[in-house]
Design a protein around this ligand. Structure first.
Ligand code: DHB
Ligand code: FE
Length: 284
């Protein structure tokens, strides 16, 4: 059977992608950001996932105000890196896992989560920057990736509670797929940032670190936090953090298993306008 072996959490700052693509990772500004992912890059070489279920948000690239799916599951065989205004990032094509994605669709929709199924979709920095942070700059991504886009751009956005419950349904779906697959689930976006308005530039280190503590130790309680708290404390784009609860909901302890092992915890400011947070939780 397929198994969810670990969850990974990371910010997706577009300037991180640009720093990588333009060869600036050694610069004094960026060096401490990338150093926070040295452990992850080593670890994932050994962990060797077959499939990453990658929870991220689209930034008006594949979707727009014309069409706003709350939860969009990428069921296609491949996904092209998007042109976000400066041309597509020079990163490999993303290859999906249509069979596992179809199985997840069947299971999760029958569990009462009304997903949108997307067979064709471009993927923006929300998805490609986490892949680059974890895998570096390979010729081809070393595993299949199932994109799962969550609307955290246009209100109403899904609640933390709904995201946490959805993670549990995704776990049940993956672990009932009849093929030996090592599956990781990644929650991306965040941490605190606000890109526009009078509060642009807002960063809240204390709140971010408390979020990490609670995500590790008591995600069920954290899932009850209302949107207004994210936006007030972590800025308008801090709401991206609700997506981390999907990945956390898919871990074994939430289904009555043992607590995860914290393999990596990293927090750094500054990186563009965003506080960078990163966690790796492994199922024992
Ligand atoms: C920045 C962060 C984001 O999450 C994003 O989608 C765009 C820009 C930033 O830090 O500049
Ligand atoms: Fe973003």
């Amino acid at each position: 059977m397929a198994r969810i072996t670990a969850s990974v959490y990371t910010s997706h700052v577009p300037a991180i992608g640009a720093a990588l693509d333009l060869g600036k990772t050694g610069e004094a500004y960026w060096q401490p950001v990338f150093a926070g992912y040295d452990f992850a890059k080593q670890w994932i070489k050994e962990a060797q996932p077959d499939v990453v279920f990658l929870v991220y948000n689209d930034h008006a690239t594949a979707f727009s105000l014309d069409l706003i799916p709350t939860f969009a599951l990428g069921t296609g065989a491949s996904f092209t890196p998007a042109d976000e205004g400066w041309g597509p990032r020079p990163v490999p094509m993303v290859h999906g896992h249509p069979e596992l994605a179809a199985h997840i669709a069947q299971s999760v929709i029958q569990d009462d989560f009304d997903l949108t199924l997307v067979n064709k979709m471009a993927v923006d920095h929300g998805l490609t920057v986490p892949l680059s942070l974890m895998f570096g700059q390979p010729e081809a991504w070393p595993c299949k990736v199932i994109p799962f886009a969550v609307n955290v751009v246009q209100y109403p956005v899904p609640s933390g509670r709904r995201c946490f419950q959805l993670g549990q349904a995704i776990r049940k779906a993956v672990e009932s797929f009849d093929e030996d697959l090592n599956v990781q689930i990644w929650g991306t976006g965040g941490m605190s940032h606000q890109l526009q308005g009078p509060r642009a530039g807002l960063i809240n280190r204390e709140w971010d670190n408390r979020f990490l503590d609670r995500l590790i130790a008591d995600p069920a309680e954290l899932a009850g936090m209302p949107h207004i708290d994210y936006v007030r404390e972590a800025g308008s784009e801090g709401i991206e953090l609700v997506m981390w609860l999907i990945a956390r909901g898919a871990m074994a302890d939430v289904a009555g298993g043992p607590p995860p092992t914290v393999l990596q915890r990293f927090y750094h400011v500054p990186a563009s306008n965003t506080a960078v947070g990163h966690l790796i939780l492994e199922n024992p």
